[in-house]
Design a protein around this ligand. Structure first.
Ligand code: AMP
Ligand code: MG
Length: 339
């Protein structure tokens, strides 16, 4: 009789220990980070198998960086660029897919977003030492930027650039694409709750566990474009991404003028009017392409353009400091009053 009771007590203790372990497992996330795709990437995962899942998500970023970095001579993107004007290059399905999507966004934006922007990025020295290029140099580079000269052949999985000197730069979409792929890796492993922060790209998977079956939406801050330690607003996210394009993310100053890395292909110069655009929606690939597009289009045309895209909202900050919130985002966004 005593033995039976002892076994019973032991069973209850083991069950309690297991429950506590499970509970702590959902409460305490695993965090993995690395510098990849030119930015600091952090993956936070809750629940069972979090360790391996976080690692696998980071590995996906690493894999895509190897394919898509135009400055790495061993990448598929560099191979396409070397072959510009010479012929198509066979690529992996991931490389094909992200270029196909980039070209689609270029078409829908009328070229405000253009993945063949590399000659302009190089002219401004954003690939090395930044400088203001001479007008003729800009004109030559601008003439080489044309998404209509990208030849895609899905049957043979090849990509070609039709003119010598052209070059692809997927800096405005690759992090979003990698984020979506990393989220897919997490979901395939059964992860219900995670946060991926890839520089200006955040994805909030599920809800944030608070313990004892409680949870909340994730909250991300929109950085003040001129004061890096301050936030302008907070956005609540659940199974959504928030992607920011900002003129403060990469820039230089010459003769008192600020030149940043988001270039208007129509002029060849950094786009003017906005200092930051955050796009929220379900797809990080799309939000990444759209935030760059809206930045280039400027406040009014940008907001109108986004209004035609179902399922996306944005927070736009103008050079004058004005803030515009579009789409269904108003209910999820709170402004932070400066101190
Ligand atoms: P993002 O931070 O996503 O707005 O992307 C900016 C990066 O995309 C730049 O550093 C360039 O590599 C590239 N880029 C600059 N201007 C454009 C443009 N108009 N369309 C597509 N990519 C661009
Ligand atoms: Mg972008």
């Amino acid at each position: 009789m005593r033995r039976v009771r002892l076994v019973g007590v032991l069973c209850v203790a083991v069950a309690a220990a297991l429950a506590l372990r499970g509970y702590l497992g959902t409460m305490q996330p695993v965090e993995r980070s690395d510098i990849l795709m030119d930015t600091f990437i952090r993956v936070r995962v809750y629940g069972r198998g979090a360790d391996a899942a976080a690692q696998a998500a980071l590995d996906e970023f690493r894999h895509l960086e190897r394919l898509l970095n135009p400055y790495d001579e061993g990448s598929e993107l560099a191979a396409i660029n070397r072959s510009a004007g010479k012929g198509p290059v066979k690529v992996s399905p991931e490389t094909f897919e992200v270029i196909e999507q980039a070209v689609r966004f270029a078409e829908s934006s009328g070229g405000a977003f253009d993945p063949t922007v590399l000659p302009l990025v190089k002219a401004w020295g954003f690939s090395g030492t930044p400088r203001v290029p001479a007008r003729e140099e800009l004109a030559t580079a601008r003439a080489l930027v044309d998404y209509r000269s990208v030849a895609l052949d899905k049957a043979s999985m090849t990509v070609g650039l039709l003119r010598n000197g052209m070059g692809l730069d997927l800096g405005a979409i690759a992090k979003g694409y990698a984020t979506d792929r990393a989220v897919a890796v997490l979901r395939a492993r059964g992860v219900k709750s995670a946060l991926i922060d890839a520089g200006g790209n955040v994805f909030a998977l599920g809800r944030k566990p608070l313990g004892f079956r409680r949870s909340s939406e994730w909250v991300v801050g929109i950085q003040h474009p001129r004061q890096s330690s301050e936030y302008l607003a907070r956005i609540r996210l659940e199974n959504e991404t928030a992607v920011t394009s900002g003129d403060y993310q990469r820039y230089f100053e010459a003769d008192g003028v600020r030149y940043h890395h988001i270039i208007d292909p129509r002029t060849g110069y950094p786009a003017r009017g906005l200092t930051s655009v955050t796009v929220v929606g379900a797809s990080s690939t799309a939000a990444d392409a759209l935030s760059t597009t809206v930045f280039v289009l400027g406040e009014r045309p940008g907001a109108e353009f986004l209004g035609r895209m179902a399922g996306f909202g944005a927070v736009l900050v103008t050079e004058g400091g004005g803030i515009t919130v579009t789409g269904n985002l108003e209910s999820k966004t709170e402004a932070i009053t400066p101190p």
